[in-house]
Design a protein around this ligand. Structure first.
Ligand code: SF4
Length: 334
């Protein structure tokens, strides 16, 4: 019987799912995901998680509840550091324990530690360990790791071409090209940068469809995921003498620095998550950067489990109207 591994479709899903899926399939394991967030996933996450957890972690609980009974084991790696420079937020590090000790009837959890500060081959070794746990030999797991790395490269190059993770995952699973053509042909006359964590920006349920709403308002969107990581890596930290400790916060801050300096967007939005500790620092630094570039309008939007579509759309519409009027006025001859 084929072993089924459950992957919650949130948090690192938006960054590494194509790699994980390719790796598990190659070692003969079936991957089951929890699918798109919906009200019942959100409600069960809010009910199950600690009250003071951030919204994305509450959602993670909901996604785990959604698949716990459909799989033989859950894949919740303890991801500490993947670039030898920054670490993931402490909530990521504690995820396997939080789930294990707070949710009932949980299948075994694959919680291998991933920390590239332990040596150049540490990530590879972590995947060999996962392969061994699931009964795959070293050779099979090594081949699966290489194949998954290639898929991840393809996925990342789709993101650089302007697709968002949901579109890129769809494209990899149904490579008929239709989605990409549609994406390229979307007509827009404003361009915004949307900054924030991938699991907030690309989860259309929790952010009440912010990307679609912007598209409907005639705005194309650029995010940190569309920028080459090497370009981000050389950016300064918005005036800070050192980088932020947390991986996604550091990436968002560097993207803010680059986007404001390049000045080729009409507006910048920062999507923050209620209950997020790192965001309380990150948002302040992005605000400081925005104040130095007053020619680019900036707005912060906070999401929580009660965010309503109408309220969010009204704020977006008002912001887009203001940016559009400003742009038209500056184009008028005096
Ligand atoms: S970075 Fe913020 S939103 Fe993300 S898991 Fe940590 S506390 Fe939650």
């Amino acid at each position: 019987m084929v072993v089924k591994v459950g992957i919650p479709s949130t948090l690192l899903y938006y960054t590494y799912y194509p790699f994980w899926k390719a790796f598990f399939n190659e070692i003969g394991v079936q991957v089951v995901t929890s699918g798109k967030t919906n009200k019942s996933i959100l409600d069960s996450g809010v009910k199950e998680a600690l009250a003071d957890a951030c919204v994305p972690v509450k959602l993670f609980f909901g996604h785990v509840m959604e698949i716990r009974e459909k799989v033989d084991c859950l894949f919740i790696p303890r991801v500490v550091c993947l670039n030898r420079k920054t670490v993931f937020c402490p909530k990521f590090l504690g995820l396997p324990d939080m789930i294990r000790y707070s949710v009932n009837n949980i299948p075994p959890i694959i919680d291998v530690r991933m920390d590239t500060r332990q040596g150049p081959m540490s990530l590879f070794r972590a995947y060999l360990k996962i392969g061994e746990y699931l009964g795959a030999g070293k050779l099979t797991a090594s081949y699966a790791y290489c194949k998954a790395s290639n898929i991840l490269n393809t996925y990342n190059s789709l993101l650089r071409k302007g697709l968002n993770p949901v579109e890129a995952i769809d494209y990899l699973e149904n490579p008929n090209g239709k989605l990409f053509e549609h994406h390229v042909k979307t007509k827009t006359n404003l361009r915004f940068a949307v900054l924030g964590y991938p699991y907030a920006i690309y989860d259309s349920f929790i952010n009440v469809n912010i990307l679609d709403s912007l598209r409907k308002l005639g705005v194309s969107v650029v995010t940190a995921e569309n920028i080459h990581p090497l370009l981000l890596a050389v950016q300064k930290n918005c005036g800070l003498p050192k980088r932020l400790f947390w991986t996604f916060s550091d990436m968002a801050l560097k993207a803010a620095h680059l986007i404001f300096r390049q000045g080729n967007v009409d507006g910048v939005l920062h999507l923050t998550a209620f209950g997020c500790g790192p965001d309380s620092i990150l948002n302040k630094f992005i605000e400081f950067e925005a104040k130095q570039h007053r020619n680019i309008p900036f707005m912060t939007l906070m999401i929580d489990e009660h965010t309503g579509e109408a309220g969010m759309f009204t704020r977006l519409e008002a912001f887009v109207d203001m940016v559009r009027r400003r742009k038209e006025m500056s184009a008028c001859p005096r």
